[in-house]
Design a protein around this ligand. Structure first.
Ligand SMILES: NC(=O)c1ccc[n+]([C@@H]2O[C@H](COP(=O)([O-])OP(=O)(O)OC[C@H]3O[C@@H](n4cnc5c(N)ncnc54)[C@H](OP(=O)(O)O)[C@@H]3O)[C@@H](O)[C@H]2O)c1
Length: 207
């Protein structure tokens, strides 16, 4: 049987890193993109390409002819009082969360359409897009844009390509390190959730 081909942007740490390992274990061929020169460790079936979504054109020449799925992971948690935020902060956040996803989807559309059935795009939102929380203006507005893109493309690309967004709450990754820096913060974060724990990349993706 032909190996499935996936494109993952932002899998060098956190949730994306866990995803790379799970795709590798499932025997997939993965085309990975992030700023790092290389991945933290070799993973069978994963080919890494250095790429900065905020400054580079997507290297379409590195993509395979057919793609079964695309996952776009880069995102931010920059908690700042609204009065201190600048237009530049909003531009940078929107570029990383939304425009990077747009560029990746547009680059992958043709090879995804060649696959014809069962193709899936997964984007990342945040609970902050739907739940009002202080100091989340940046993340909440960029991720709300991601959710808008998700709904619109889900309608436009159906039935051949499914489009979904995952909206994690606090998950134990390098991105959230500052919010989970000591036991007191971890316990307070866990207590804010009905399950009384914070998420981890592995439990998050395993089904
Ligand atoms: N962790 C949480 O608590 C939490 C909560 C809500 C939502 N989320 C969302 O979930 C998603 C995954 O989060 P995570 O915690 O796994 O994040 P993470 O550990 O910070 O991983 C982010 C990944 O994106 C890549 N990346 C960042 N900037 C990039 C750029 N300019 N160009 C290319 N790649 C870039 C990073 O790789 P390089 O450094 O190699 O570029 C890394 O692989 C994000 O969209 C985040 O907003 C996370």
């Amino acid at each position: 049987m032909k190996k499935k081909s996936y494109v993952v942007v932002g899998g060098s740490s956190g949730i994306g890193w866990s995803l790379l390992q799970q795709l590798s274990a499932a025997g997939a061929q993965v085309y990975h993109y992030s700023r790092s020169a290389s991945l933290p460790a070799h993973i069978a079936g994963v080919k890494h390409h250095p790429y900065d979504v905020c400054s580079d054109l997507f290297p379409t020449e590195t993509l395979p002819e057919q793609i079964d799925g695309l996952v776009y992971c880069p995102g931010t948690i920059k908690l700042v009082p609204f009065s201190r935020l600048t237009a530049n902060d909003f531009n940078k956040d929107y570029t990383l969360n939304l425009l990077g996803a747009v560029a990746a989807i547009q680059a992958c559309l043709k090879p995804m359409r060649k696959t014809k059935t069962g193709v899936s795009i997964v984007l990342f939102s945040s609970v902050a897009a739907q739940t009002g929380m202080p100091f989340h203006a940046l993340t909440a507005s960029s991720k709300a844009a991601v959710e808008g893109l998700t709904r619109s493309l889900a309608a436009e690309l159906a039935p051949g390509i499914r489009v979904n967004a995952v909206a994690p709450s606090l998950t134990d990754t390098p991105l959230a390190a500052g919010l989970l820096a000591d036991e007191q913060k971890r316990k307070a974060a866990a207590d804010r959730h009905p399950l009384k724990r914070i998420g981890t990349p592995t439990t998050f993706l395993r089904r």
